[in-house]
Design a protein around this ligand. Structure first.
Ligand code: CAA
Length: 248
């Protein structure tokens, strides 16, 4: 059987790197999207190879920009030598600020990077999935899209919007062998979360029933589960992976 190809946006980041590694171990050809000025793609790729992950390629581009998303997916398909079967919309940023102090630029940056990006990239791969009769779209949202978070009007809005997108597209392609799902991680021990002021972060961790931050592996495992052949009946779902921080 030919190997399926997975594209992970923001693939060189904290959660993204682990998603790439986990899918690589599961036998997929993986392409990690990366962004110049934020990460060093070639160095990251070399590190994955050195650590024994041979199936991971890279494709550069800012997914908040439509034209760059087009070029990035083209690069991914050329390098993989096959079309994208699994898309993980994982790229995301924070620009936390209480709303009364939030600048328009901070609103726009987060909406464009976290929400418009999923239009830009999904648009490039969905037709092909439908034509081939198989596909998986996994949107990485956040607990804060479910419950809201003070200081994150931009991020909470974008992340809630992701799941609206999931449910709409899931209905459009359900009969075509393509599933579309959301994963809503809680607070995971990545640089994004570690950059929250320690005092505030400690208050947040104290509210997590499991009593700790999540691990990137725990999100990556959920992606692997949804990508699996056997998960064909799960679509339009929003899977919480948050240590009990928000239920419902
Ligand atoms: N609810 C209500 N009010 C709050 C509050 C809360 N949770 N936290 C702070 N405030 C209030 C304070 O009491 C203070 O009020 P007064 O001005 O009346 O005294 C005011 O807000 C402080 O406002 P400032 O603008 O001065 O706040 P700041 O500069 O100290 O910090 C912030 C603002 C950067 C948003 C900070 O509160 C913060 O980092 N909060 C955490 C945000 C968060 O959880 N981000 C998640 C990042 S990780 C991620 O996003 C991954 C994921 O998916 C989970």
């Amino acid at each position: 059987m030919t190997k399926k190809v997975a594209l992970v946006t923001g693939g060189t980041g904290g959660i993204g790197t682990q998603i790439c590694r986990t899918l690589s171990t599961a036998g997929y050809i993986v392409v990690a999207n990366w962004l110049k000025g934020i990460d060093d793609g070639p160095a990251w790729e070399a590190k994955q190879k050195a650590d024994g992950y041979d199936n991971i390629l890279i494709a550069e581009g800012d997914v908040s920009d439509y034209d760059q998303a087009v070029a990035m997916v083209k690069e991914a398909v050329e390098k993989a030598g096959a079309p994208i079967d699994i898309l993980v919309n994982n790229a995301g940023i924070t620009r936390d600020k209480m709303f009364r102090k939030m600048e328009k630029s901070q609103w726009d940056a987060v909406i464009n990077s976290n929400l418009s990006s999923i239009f830009n990239v999904t648009k490039q791969v969905l037709d092909g999935m439908v034509e081939r009769g198989w596909g998986r779209i996994v949107n990485i949202s956040s607990v804060n899209g479910q419950k809201g978070q003070a200081g994150q009007a931009n991020y909470s809005a974008a992340k809630a919007g992701m799941h609206g997108f999931t449910m709409a597209i899931a209905q459009e392609v359900a009969s075509k062998g393509v599933t579309v799902n959301t994963i809503s991680p809680g607070y995971i021990g990545t640089a994004m979360v570690m950059s929250i002021k320690e005092e505030i972060r400690n208050q947040i961790v104290a509210q997590i029933p499991v009593g700790r931050l999540g691990k990137p592996e725990e999100i990556a495992w959920t992606v692997q589960f949804l990508a699996d052949e056997k998960s064909a009946f799960i679509t339009g779902a929003n899977i919480s992976v948050n240590g009990g921080l928000h239920m419902g």
